[in-house]
Each structure stands twice: as structure tokens, then as C-alpha cells.
Design a protein around this ligand. Structure first.
Ligand SMILES: [Zn+2]
Length: 150
């Protein structure tokens, strides 16, 4: 059984190496969809559920706090004039090369799996994370595409 939940956040970014308008500082109303798979619990407080949506939200909302209303800045860009102008307050340094939807989807997947997994049942696996930059543009990280052995 799979369960799906969606979240949203607002953030600014720029793609420094882009040859078009994405190199300009701009913002998105990002949407994030997470999909978990597992067996339906037959006992306990999560009986009838794969995982409590509230448990999923505690994990994902903690991660979203780090990026909501921030300038998403790739580690490669540390020290630019723009960052100096922002004085660090609105910045979130992401361990990615550039803040594309593809890289953000993988960043969310890594955070969910390795840093905030404990509140979610170990019998539940993260199947995919989709990040929408706009209503029509998204990128999806999928577990089996990233790690065939998982
Ligand atoms: Zn953009």
C-alpha cells in the first residue's frame, strides 16, 4: 500500500549557470509530494494505516522549516555578492550544486531518509519525492531509480 501527502513552501533561488531567465533571482511556490509504501498496520494506534499522516508531517514539516521563505543557495555559490548583501539571514545553504527541482527532490529524499526517519515506522519506505517549481513543472526522485538495491 502507498500513501501520499503534499506540502508547500515559498522560496527564492537562481540557477547561476543557466543561460536564460532562471539565472535571475526569482521565487517559486514550491509543492512537495512524498510517497511512502508499507503494509497496513493491524494493531495499535496506527491500525488500518500504513503510517500516521501526522508522523509524516512531523518529519516533512521539520525539513520545510529550513527552506520556507528562504533564498535556496547551493554550496557552490557561497561567498557571492548576493549572499553578502543578504547577510545570511534568509539563506539556506543546501548541499547541492544548483537548486533545480531535480536536486531539491533528491535533497528532500536524503533528509527524510537519513536525518528524520526515526519518527516514521522502520517498516515504511520512502518511495518517491516530487518537487513542483510551478503548477506544471516538477521533478521526481524515485527510490528504485536512485538505489537499485534498496
Ligand atoms: Zn526557478
Amino acid at each position: 500500500m502507498r500513501i501520499t501527502k503534499q506540502y508547500g513552501f515559498e522560496a527564492a533561488h537562481r540557477l547561476e549557470s543557466h543561460d536564460g531567465k532562471c539565472a535571475n533571482l526569482h521565487g517559486h511556490s514550491y509543492r512537495v509530494e512524498v510517497v511512502f509504501a508499507g503494509n497496513v498496520n493491524t494493531a495499535g494506534p496506527s491500525s488500518g494505516m500504513v503510517v500516521d499522516f501526522g508522523d509524516v508531517s512531523r518529519v516533512v514539516n521539520a525539513i520545510i522549516l529550513d527552506v520556507d521563505h528562504r533564498f535556496l543557495c547551493a554550496e557552490d555559490n557561497v561567498g557571492t555578492e548576493l549572499e553578502k548583501a543578504l547577510k545570511g539571514r534568509e539563506l539556506e545553504y543546501l548541499d547541492i550544486t544548483t537548486s533545480t527541482a531535480e536536486n531539491l527532490a533528491e535533497w528532500f529524499a536524503t533528509r527524510i531518509q537519513h536525518f528524520h526517519l526515526s519518527p516514521i515506522s522502520p517498516a515504511v519506505t520512502l518511495e518517491s519525492v516530487t518537487v513542483w517549481e510551478t503548477a506544471t513543472s516538477s521533478a521526481t526522485w524515485q527510490r528504485h531509480l536512485t538505489n537499485p538495491d534498496a
